[in-house]
Write a protein of this length. Structure first.
Length: 195
């Protein structure tokens, strides 16, 4: 299967690409290297240095015709989203709409969207928090994730675009940067090793 992975040079996206390649899938990686790293890109994947908000991205999807788009590209910092909500919305909402439009126009069979396993719920009162729990986003980052899930439902209803939403929580593993609010497990491990 041909799969296009946005953000495929980042921590999670690059590990997903590795798994796809290992299982025999043809992978196209799109990343602007804003937070991703060149050295994370699987050498057996086709790499394109580009922004998901660009017309160039539209042309790539038209040319490559992937069956699936796995969307990991994002502005991932909650504090940065608070400091600059317009930039956050530009990447996380406008960028995702560009991905959805490319999928719709080019017959992509499925979009996999990486949402948030924690931020989207705000100050939840139910633990563990169920998927049915109503989102209560408290930051521009979380608002963008919630709105993107709504756009997926719209594109499914209006155009029949199949989708899956994954709400990862406290991911850790190879290539993770051991600092920042998203790396809590890595932070704990780093502190343990430091004594």
């Amino acid at each position: 299967m041909k799969i296009l992975v946005t953000g495929g040079a980042g921590f999670i996206g690059s590990n997903v690409v590795d798994a796809y390649v290992e299982n025999g899938h043809e992978c196209i990686v799109v990343d602007n290297l804003y937070s991703g790293k060149w050295e994370n890109v699987n050498p057996r994947a086709e790499f394109h240095l580009m922004d998901i908000r660009s017309d160039e991205f539209q042309r790539l999807v038209e040319k490559s015709r992937p069956q699936v788009i796995n969307h990991h590209a994002a502005q991932i910092s909650v504090p940065e989203s608070v400091r600059d909500p317009r930039f956050d919305a530009s990447v996380n909402i406008d960028g995702f709409l560009n991905v959805l439009e490319a999928a719709r126009r080019n017959g992509v069979g499925k979009v996999i969207f990486i949402s948030s396993g924690g931020a989207i719920y705000g100050e939840a009162t139910e633990y563990p928090t169920s998927e049915e729990y109503s989102p209560q986003p408290l930051s521009p980052y979380a608002i963008a994730k919630a709105v993107s899930e709504d756009y997926l439902r719209f594109y499914h209803h209006e155009y029949g675009l199949d989708y899956t939403v994954l709400r990862y929580s406290n991911i850790y593993g190879p290539r993770q940067i051991p600092h920042g609010e998203a790396g809590v497990v890595a932070i704990f491990m780093d502190r343990l090793l430091d004594g």
